[in-house]
Write a new protein. Structure first.
Length: 193
């Protein structure tokens, strides 16, 4: 089954392709001719995921899904949350975002946080939402070279390795996106039987 995944992020595409398996052929935005940035101005992750999926559906008429992820830090009242990509600047500057997070968390004892992903699916015009959460802790400095975004600063589930120190497979097993996309994949498998 062909389905558009509303992303051009190669890391995300690999992660998601591994989870959904070979039964689904993922088509990227570029591959369906969408080269412009899709606005992500909604106040919630769910709102942004739905807005992206609706945009793609209205442009292509193809079944599609979109995700939006936020890092929600307990001691910061859930920030950066929906603003995770634009935490430090209006651009998408991972290095500046990580620096700002470390700065805000300096001397903070409660380092508990979670990554949360909302996935919006539009299938034959019907809308569906899926959620995935992984709890963990914010590091005091960066560890590891893998992954992307805030990965070097996040120890998932009380472990000793950050996401950036784990293989893509190991990250996928427990990650917010892995969990949300497995729910999506189960749903797609059930309706395509
Ligand atoms: P978006 O879902 O791509 O909009 O991501 C929002 C922000 O969270 C961006 O700054 C990403 O770099 C970051 N982010 C999303 N997913 C992950 C992840 O799996 N690990 C680390 N950072 C992530």
């Amino acid at each position: 089954m062909k389905i558009v995944f509303a992303t051009n992020n190669a890391h995300k595409l690999n992660e998601v392709a591994q989870v959904v398996g070979e039964k689904f052929e993922l088509v990227t935005l570029r591959e369906c001719g969408i080269t412009e940035d899709i606005p992500e101005n909604e106040p919630t992750l769910e709102g942004n995921a739905l807005a992206k999926a609706r945009y793609v559906y209205s442009r292509t008429g193809l079944n599609c899904f979109a995700d939006d992820t936020g890092l929600e830090v307990d001691a910061l009242g859930g920030e950066p949350g929906v603003r995770s990509a634009r935490y430090a600047t209006d651009g998408h500057d991972d290095e500046a975002n990580k620096r700002l997070l470390l700065e805000r968390m300096q001397g903070v004892e409660n380092r508990a946080a979670q990554f949360r992903t909302a996935v919006a699916l539009i299938m034959d015009g019907e809308e569906y939402l899926f959620e995935g959460i992984v709890r963990g802790d914010i590091a005091t400095e960066e560890h590891g070279e893998g992954g992307f975004g805030y990965d070097p600063l996040f120890f998932p589930e009380g472990g000793a390795k950050t996401f950036a120190e784990m293989s893509a497979e190991a990250k996928n097993q427990i990650s917010h996106r892995g969990r949300a996309v497995r729910k999506l994949a189960e749903f797609l498998q059930n309706i395509s039987q």
